[in-house]
Design a protein around this ligand. Sequence first.
Ligand SMILES: NCc1[nH]cc(CCC(=O)O)c1CC(=O)O
Length: 311
Amino acid sequence: MSVPELIRIVSRDSPMALAQVERVRAELAVLHPEVRTEVVPVKTTGDKWLGDLAAVEGKGAFTKEVDAALLAGEADLAVHCVKDVPADRPLPAGTVFAAFLERDDIRDALVHPDGLTLDELPAGTRIGTSAVRRIAQLAATHPHLECVPFRGNANRRLAKLAAGEADALLLAVSGLERIGRRDVISEVLSPETMMPPIGAGILALQCREGDSELIDAVSGLGHPATHREATAERMFLHVLQGHCNSPIAGYARVDRSGELSLRACVFTPDGKTRLNAHEWAGRLDAATLGTSVAVSLLRQGAREIIDGIPH
Ligand SMILES: NCc1[nH]cc(CCC(=O)O)c1CC(=O)O
C-alpha cells in the first residue's frame, strides 16, 4: 500500500483543537512512521463571534472554515469534534469521514474554584454556560442555580471564571483532559445527572472523497465500536432535525458483549418536559437504531417541542 508523503492537517486553532491534532499526529506516527505531517490552523466563525451562535451560523460555526480549507486543497485532513459537526444535513459535498478515533470520556464536569459539588452549590450560584442542553437539565434538577451566558474556548472560559464572571462552569471532561486541565474539575457528573451531547468525546477525521490513498492511510486510526456509536448518534440527530436552540442529549454505548444501545432525550428549554427513549440495536445496524430512537421521540411529541423553540 502506498501512503502519502505529506499529510496537511487542518483544524481550529484553539488549544483544545491543537491538542486533538497532536493526538492524530502521534497515532499516525505509530501507524505510518514515514509520513510527514503539517498543521494548518484556522479560526472559525464560532471562535471569532462570542455572542449568541444562533445570530451567526448556528450550526457549522466551528467547522465551516475548516471544511473550506479541505475543499480548497489547502489541507488534506480535517480533525473535528463530532459534537461540533452538524448532523441535520449531509457532510459538505465532496468530503467524507475516514475514521472515528477511540472515544474519550463522554461526561460533563463541574468546575468550582472551591471544589464544591453540584448538590452543594448555594442558591443563586452563577453557572457559566450558553449550552441549551446544559441549561435545560440544570433548570430541571437544580432550579435554584442561575445560568449566565458563557462562550469562548475552554481556556478562555477558565480565565473568565478566574476573573469572577461566573461562580462555576460546566465543561466536558474530555476537553479539559485535552488541554491538560483535569485538575480544575470539582465533580464529574454522571450521564444520568447531565446527559451528554450527541458525539461527545469523539474525534472524526474528514478528507476529500476521492483521496483514496489518504483514506486508506488514516482509516487504520478508526475504532470500530466508536464508529458504531457515532453512526447511531448522528443518524438519531439527522432524523430528529433539531436546530441550534433545541436541547437534545444522548449517547450510544457498545457494551462488553458487543451489544449497541442508544438512549436519548429531548427537553423543553425550561427542563420541565423531558422525553426519553432507550433502545437496543439487537439485529438492527447502528443507523437503523438511531432512526428508531428518533422516531420513538417524535411519537412522544419531539417535533412540537423542537419547533416551538425560537431559533
Ligand atoms: N463546543 C466546544 C466543544 N466541542 C467539543 C467539546 C468537548 C470535547 C468533545 O466532546 O469532543 C467542547 C467543549 C465543551 O463542551 O466543554
